[in-house]
Design a protein around this ligand. Structure first.
Ligand SMILES: [Cu+2]
Length: 189
């Protein structure tokens, strides 16, 4: 038996177990959660188009899926779109298939991260790595959400990308989210 509760110190739902559960996992001390919860971290850094972006994305296995939290600062100011330009913000946010954050062409950064991670060959809008957009609050975005489309171990070694423009969740293959502002490789943590 376990229950979910909200831990104000680390912002994740966590698990607590009855004494009988901890007794069954003596090698791991008091709680089973220490034995089998998997976490990952990506350190996000802005590229040449938005060098001030800095932050982290954390991933944590929880019952039925994964909790993802992002905390970034340095996002550019919002700018509405025109007939010929995409808006700046809210920002498309995805997992891309290659864990490579080399800048490459500074006018079109981070292409080495590849396309969206899409392990089940879904249309865009339903990729496993399609995430909610980021809303800037004076440059900062802080968001947690739940997904059941992957477990933490599935995404180690892939990249998270923050885009300049919002994801429309329908244009193929990438939601017309514009240039890539920031990148981070997902690592075991
Ligand atoms: Cu993307």
């Amino acid at each position: 038996m376990y229950q979910l509760y909200y831990d104000p110190n680390n912002h994740y739902p966590s698990q607590s177990y009855t004494p009988s559960d901890s007794y069954a996992y003596p090698n791991y001390g008091a709680t089973r959660s220490e034995a089998n919860i998997t976490t990952a971290l990506a350190r996000i850094n802005g590229g040449p188009l938005a060098p001030d972006i800095k932050g982290t994305v954390t991933f944590k296995d929880i019952p039925e899926g994964t909790m993802v939290c992002i905390n970034v600062t340095g996002l550019p100011p919002f700018k509405p779109g025109t007939e010929s330009t995409l808006p700046i913000g809210p920002h498309g946010f995805h997992i891309h298939e290659n864990g490579v954050c080399e800048v490459g062409d500074p006018s079109k950064p981070f292409t080495a991260a590849g396309e969206h991670w899409n392990p089940t060959n879904q249309p865009h809008g339903n990729h496993a790595g399609d995430f909610p957009v980021l809303f800037s609050n004076g440059g900062r975005a802080y968001m947690c959400f739940f997904t059941n489309k992957f477990k933490v171990s599935d995404v180690i070694g892939k990249a998270v990308i923050i885009h300049e423009s919002p994801d429309d969740y329908r244009s193929q293959p990438a939601g017309n989210a514009g240039k890539r502002l920031a990148c981070g490789v997902i690592q075991r943590y």
